[in-house]
Design a protein around this ligand. Structure first.
Ligand code: GDP
Length: 599
């Protein structure tokens, strides 16, 4: 047929499911348990291992779910689980500006509740508007729990003591409360009517398999009910996918682990892939899928296939893939105009592009998705970026960071990437600081703490160099020497009196310089400074007591106008209250004469 209307050839593809959650909350265990129960429940073909994903067909799901699922209610073919859990791979896996995963499972440990990465995952789910359910995991760890392997939740709940059940309920309501704090209305899944509006919480154990039937049932039901329209694709059309990982594979060179979410890719297709500089146009050399376990006669890990249909994970071998990026789009050209397809890939990449400035930090991340997420967080924190790239840290990155004008910007923020050997040497030889973390907000917080430390040090340095205000008074009957230098007892009224300060006396609104304070003594010992309230002996070069200064006179240290300005505008928070008071009086005096003095 020559019709291009997807309607005629439309088929329903498998929804793509991602698992997210805080570290150690059981994402990997949950995926293993789903695969495990599938293999136990089904016969041959219970699951299909893809590259980077596992497909569980509807028949297997209904087998596991038992009475919870009536397979005739469904026409979606099953579920495709992304094997790499975590919001990292989730944000990597994009499609047309959104998330590649159609639906997500947010795993929350019932003992731990919400943790930093749970919040981070929720942010990503919100941003990408991905429907999700919450797997409240590890219910078997509730004290007094009586495990009933692989049973639906309600069934196992009936077999629990009142204490165990109410203990679990407390933990579940804690999680529901935390979801509500995040702006979601949530409830136990069996009370949820509309899963698009309310988040269903499914109590599970990845250890005992309790609740797994429920989890699969809810995922299947939610997909069927709310995602069916999006699952309708022209399966024979030119394939569209996202690069999950760029990998060297023995015998194949650089390959792309790809998740295909639309159409078909064939072994003789020309494809366009997002590259570091330009879209890459290349011809598929081989399509690879994992060899089924039953066929391990040969040493070979992969088998070559002629075609792969969405939704599926596939390894693509082709020439010229070195510049391909994880998170980038892959599009089959087939009978379409090549330039058009290149333009589409370029547009998708432009969507992800990060805004850079003349000055700022260097950011390196392992995928486009993570780069974009970090850039977003940095923008919120008002931290400018000078260079943002996917890939390991190379000498060039350090070189760029080392030319920063502001020492705060001499930094490389690295997310899930390695430091190349040459770059490591450069880091040692330059002032560039490296920050590496695999949790975005922690990465940004580490950098912010560093900036704060730099700013404090800078202020301390300024404070050290700056002349500080001090008001003091010549005590009556404490003139030890009249002149050359004058040695008098003084009381410090406010601020700190230091050696080597110029001394002024106010004559009306004019500060008259009377001399230089050369040294201070307390009980016959030389000291560097005296604080407000102290009485010490001061030797002042310049004046003669009885002429330029008198007993009882109020004197001040002289503050250059520039220093006064820095003190007032930048350091007012850093100096003690009595000193600030002295500063204000000093400024007021000057400003009676010249309102703009020190401004
Ligand atoms: P991930 O970091 O989120 O992938 O967490 P893992 O799947 O690696 O699990 C972290 C730890 O929790 C492991 O020691 C698991 O055995 C354990 N675990 C995961 N799920 C359960 C569960 O349902 N019950 C119990 N008792 N332990 C679990």
């Amino acid at each position: 047929s020559d019709t291009t209307d997807a309607g005629d050839d439309a088929e329903l593809r498998t929804p793509i499911v991602a698992v997210l959650g805080h570290v150690d909350h059981g994402k990997t265990s949950l995926l293993d348990e789903i695969r495990g129960s599938a293999v136990t429940a089904g016969e041959a073909g219970a699951i299909t291992q893809h590259i980077g994903a596992t497909a569980v067909p509807l028949s297997t799901i209904s087998e596991i779910a038992g009475s919870l699922v009536d397979p005739t209610d469904f026409d979606l073919p099953g579920l495709l689980f992304i094997d790499t859990p975590g919001h990292h791979s989730f944000s990597t896996l994009r499609s047309r500006g959104g998330a590649l995963a159609d639906i997500a499972i947010l795993v929350v440990d019932v003992n731990d509740g919400f943790q930093p990465q749970t919040h981070e995952a929720i942010d990503i789910l919100k941003r990408t508007q991905t429907p999700f359910i919450v797997a409240a995991n590890k219910i078997d760890t509730v004290p007094g729990w009586n495990p009933n392997p692989d049973t639906p939740v309600q069934e196992t709940l009936e077999k629990q003591s009142d204490r165990a059940e109410s203990r679990l309920n407390e933990q579940l309501y804690e999680i529901i409360g935390q979801l509500s704090d995040e702006g979601f209305s949530a409830d136990m899944y069996w009370r949820v009517q509309n899963f698009r509006e309310n988040i269903g919480v499914v109590p599970v154990s990845a250890e005992t398999g309790e609740g797994i039937p429920d989890l699969l049932t809810v995922l299947m039901g939610l997909s069927q009910r709310y995602l069916k329209a999006e699952m309708s694709i022209d399966v024979d059309g030119p394939g569209v996918g996202t690069v999950l990982e760029v990998k060297d594979e023995r015998g194949f060179g650089t390959t792309l682990d790809t998740v295909l979410y639309d159409g078909t890719i064939r072994a003789d297709d020309t494809i366009v892939v997002g590259g570091k500089n330009e879209p890459i146009v290349t011809d598929v050399r081989a399509l690879l899928q994992p060899r089924p376990l039953s066929e391990i006669r040969t040493e070979k890990q992969f088998e070559q296939v002629d075609a792969v249909r969405a939704a599926a994970g596939v390894k693509i071998a082709a020439p010229d893939l070195d510049d391909a990026m994880a998170g980038a789009p892959v599009r089959v050209v087939r009978d379409r105009n090549l330039e058009e397809v290149v333009a589409e890939v370029r547009a998708e990449l432009a969507d992800i592009e990060v805004v850079t400035e003349e000055q700022g930090v260097v950011v390196k991340a392992d995928t486009l998705g993570s780069l974009e997420a970090i850039a977003g967080t940095l923008e919120e924190a008002e931290i400018p970026i000078v260079r943002a790239e996917v890939g390991d840290i190379a000498p060039r990155d350090i070189a760029v960071a080392s030319t920063a004008e502001d020492p705060k910007h001499a930094a490389v923020l690295a997310f899930n990437v390695d430091v190349l050997e040459d770059a490591e040497r450069e880091i040692e030889e330059t002032d560039v600081d490296l920050f590496a973390d695999d949790v975005i907000y922690q990465l940004v917080e580490e950098y912010e703490a560093h900036v704060e430390a730099i700013e404090e040090a800078q202020q301390e340095q300024i404070l050290d160099k700056i002349q500080r205000p001090c008001r003091f008074r010549i005590l009556e009957d404490h003139v030890f020497r009249q002149s050359n230098p004058a040695v008098v007892g003084v009381e410090v009224l406010s601020g700190t009196l230091k050696r080597n300060s110029r001394v002024v006396k106010w004559e009306g609104n004019e500060p008259e310089r009377v001399g230089e304070l050369k040294s201070l003594q307390d009980a016959g010992e030389d000291i560097d400074s005296a604080r407000a309230g102290e009485e010490v002996a001061a030797s002042i070069d310049g004046p003669t007591v009885g002429r330029q200064v008198e007993e009882g006179d109020e004197l001040w240290t002289e503050i250059p106008e520039k220093h006064a300005k820095v003190l007032e505008q930048e350091l007012a928070d850093e100096i003690p209250a009595d000193e600030l008071e002295a500063l204000r009086m000093y400024l007021d005096n000057h400003r009676k004469r010249d309102p703009f003095w020190g401004k």
